[in-house]
Structures are given as structure tokens and as C-alpha cells.
Design a protein around this ligand. Sequence first.
Ligand code: SAM
Ligand code: SF4
Length: 431
Amino acid sequence: MNEYDSNRILDLTKKINYSLTKNLNETNCYVLNTCHIREKATDKVYHDIGRIKKEFRNKKKPIVIITGCVAQAEGDILLKREKYIDAVIGPQSYHQINDTILKIERKLKPTNLTEFDVIEKFDSLNSIKNSDNKISSFLTIQEGCDKFCKFCVVPYTRGAEFSRSIKELIIEAKQLVENGSSEITLLGQNVNSYNFEKKKLPDLIFEISKIENLKRIRYTTSHPKDFTKELIEVHKNCEKLMPSLHLPVQSGSNKVLEAMNRKHKIEEYLEIIEKLKKAKPNIKFSSDFIIGYPGETDEDFQQTIELVKYVKYINTYSFIFSARPGTPAFNLEKVNQTVAKKRLIEFQNLANKIKSSYKDNLIGNISTVLFENKTLNGDKYFGRDEYSNSVLVRSDKNLIGKIKTIKILKSNQNTLFGEIATNTGQNNYAA
Ligand code: SAM
Ligand code: SF4
């Protein structure tokens, strides 16, 4: 979602003649778009500012704006502690970034914009033009969260659940496709709680799937509690919907799930997984895990391990519980951190083993890959298969924007290497 927001911020600032640069020397405005989900986010902001200060020691100070959830949660503190910051703008106020920049250019006082103005934000964000002609684009359909898991800052930093109008989203999706996107990932903190005037996520997926040149649809991140039978049906009936799903579970223990206020039991989660497998036999899953949540015993942790072995996730994101100020779990007694670290290592070793064996099994198989761009050194094309696995292929022909059948020849933890399947005469091996 931050990537989506960063792109929108860039689109907006183009209107006042700012553009993206990768050249530190010529930068005259820094926007640090931040995430507050785990500890150290604020330290990272101070660290980055330190780096900018060093770079600009003998030059004109650039404008420095902090956006995103750190700005939302700690705006005043940031402005007080670090005078180098010109403005803080929360995630529901970034549509005001141009006014803010223009004010700073006129040397007005530091600004704190952290009110929740989500309707105004989406109204005033121009329809997205996909000006960079991305092959794969994000589209935020829903924001905020009403679930209040005890560990999580999102309901406080992004605000209450809000769904954008289906009409507006279809216009935006069409524009993305007209400008080159073949794949759209629908985004939301709880994307499957999407509800605009009784239109739900399955309705939206079906509407969007009618866009002719759109080839692939994905959505993330879902909450198990909002997984309806209609959504399961869409996986069966909508060919454009890719057969992979990110369905965070956090823990395999019912006791821990209840302590987290996740609002479902592990049996219900597994029921969704089974129904999805029945509806779409080739579906694969990925998930998020919090290791060492307060009160997690060895037995609870072993239940998480059993779950991972059972579902065989092709991708997992796992972190030790991070106590976030302002959340109900902040003051809970922490699991011994040495134990938590040991558990995280055990968890990640297992998850990596499962992932490697999944990838190794793909060798010799055929994958359908949508190519997005060329690698930096320009000798290979980068694309993703239906499961979002990265695939690299060498080709003399321009593959960007094309979907090709690829024979997988080799894999490592993060990447698959292959050749165009029909091209049997020549070795396109991309080592
Ligand atoms: N809404 C999604 C859900 O309910 O699964 C997840 C969105 S959350 C922004 C992304 C992930 O961050 C969560 O799934 C969780 O694993 C992780 N996370 C959130 N708060 C955390 C915390 N305090 N400590 C460690 N991980 C955390
Ligand atoms: Fe955070 Fe997701 Fe829970 Fe909402 S449902 S509070 S975003 S973890």
C-alpha cells in the first residue's frame, strides 16, 4: 500500500513540476513514506535524515517531508525533535502535498497534516494515469481497519474501514489497462471487507475482469474472518484471478489467536483453505506470522509449526512480536526474547525448506509468465508466474508486456530461471 501511495504522491507532485530522481545530488525535495507496523520505523526516519543532512552539509537544504504512518503516529514528536523536517503528512492527507510543498518553498512554518480525510483524499487524487506504463499495477480499493487485533497500529494510523466507489475503481482500472497494465492487484488492509453500497469484493473482481486487455487479477491482504463463500466461488469462476492467495493467520494456536483478537479459530481458517483448494485445485497460499506473541508457549509455537507443515505455504512473512505504543498488547509481558528468536529461526528454517522444495519441484515444469521489464544490466527479462514467483529469461525478442510459456530450468530461494518453452532449438538458459 505504501508503494501505491508513493506512486500517487509522485503523480501529484508532477503537477507542480517535481519529478522522480535517483540522483542524490540533484534532489531538492525528499518524501520519506513510512511504515509504523513494527519497532525501529521511527529510528529509520532519523537515520535517513542523518544521511540526507550529511549529503547536503555544504549545499542548499532540500525540502524534507515525512509521510505515512510514522508521520500519523508521531508527527508532533518528529517536528519537535528534528528541525530538518519541514512537514509531516499522514496517510489520509497526502492529497495536500502540493500545497504543503508550495508553502515550504515560500518558507512558511513546519506543517502537521494528520487528520483523517479519506473521502476527500480519494476524491482529489486524480484518476490514476499509470504514467509510467507499468505492466503490473496496484489499485487501492479499501483502506483502514475495524478489526483491532491487539498488536496492530493500523486501526489507529490508517483509521476506520473505508471502501471506494465501484464506479470510480472501474474507471481507474480501465485507465491502468489503457496505459499498459496487464495485471492489477487490488489492495486493502482488509481487502475482502470491501463493501460499497452492498457491492462486495467478488462483485468488484467480476466487473474488473470484464476489462478486455486485463489479463491477471490479484488481491491482498485478506482477513480470514471476511472470507465469504461468494469469494471462494470467484476463485472457481474467474479465470483472470490468479491461483495464489495471501491469507495471514499469525499463529497456529487458538489460544494465541484469541489473545490477539483475531476473531476466528484455526479450524475455520483451515476450512477456508480446504474450500479454496476444492474450488481451485492448483491454488497455493502465503501467510504472515507473529512469533513470540505474549503468552505463546512452546506448545502454541509447535501448533504454528504443524500448521506450516500442513498448508505448505509457498511464501511466509514472519516477525517476532513487536510491542507498538498505543496498542492493547503494548504492556503485555513479553516472551523471553532469546526463546522468541530461537522460535523465529526454527520457523524460518522450516518455511524456507518448504519454499525451496516447492521451487525445486518446478524445475522442468512449464510456467505462464507475464514479463514486466528488463534486468538492470539489460540481458534478461523479468516476469512473474501465476504464483508471483520471479522468473528470469534471456530472449532476443522484446518480452515486456507479453505472457509466455516458460520452461523452468533452475531455481534459487528467490528466483526461477527459464527459457521460452516453444523455443526448443536454442538454449535461452539464464544462469
Ligand atoms: N490486515 C492484515 C491481516 O489481518 O492479516 C495484515 C495487515 S498488517 C499491516 C501486516 C502484517 O504485519 C500482519 O499480518 C502481522 O503479521 C504484522 N504485524 C502487525 N503488527 C505487528 C506487530 N506488532 N508485531 C509483529 N508483526 C506485526
Ligand atoms: Fe492490523 Fe490486519 Fe488486524 Fe486490522 S486485521 S488490526 S490491519 S492485523
